[in-house]
Design a protein around this ligand. Structure first.
Ligand SMILES: [Zn+2]
Length: 74
């Protein structure tokens, strides 16, 4: 008996990360797993958009939270 788990994957459109292998901008998707226990797990996986084959777990790095180097040079 397997409890039904609901899995949904959605792309993170404003992901702002790079592939650590080739330096090309990577895309990311967030996987949300809901189990019948009421547990919800979030998993962010980044994938290189070039066929270098890299993918891996990623932090949710989006434009919000990135400190823009804003230096009001006087
Ligand atoms: Zn790459």
């Amino acid at each position: 008996m397997h409890p039904t788990i609901q899995i949904s994957v959605r792309p993170i459109l404003d992901y702002y990360g790079k592939c650590p292998r080739c330096g090309y901008p990577a895309g990311a998707a967030e996987t949300v797993r809901k189990s019948l226990d009421g547990r919800v797990e979030f998993l962010v996986v980044a994938t290189c958009e070039l066929p270098c084959g890299w993918y891996g777990p990623a932090a949710r790095t989006t434009m919000t939270g990135g400190a823009a180097a804003d230096d009001p040079a006087a």
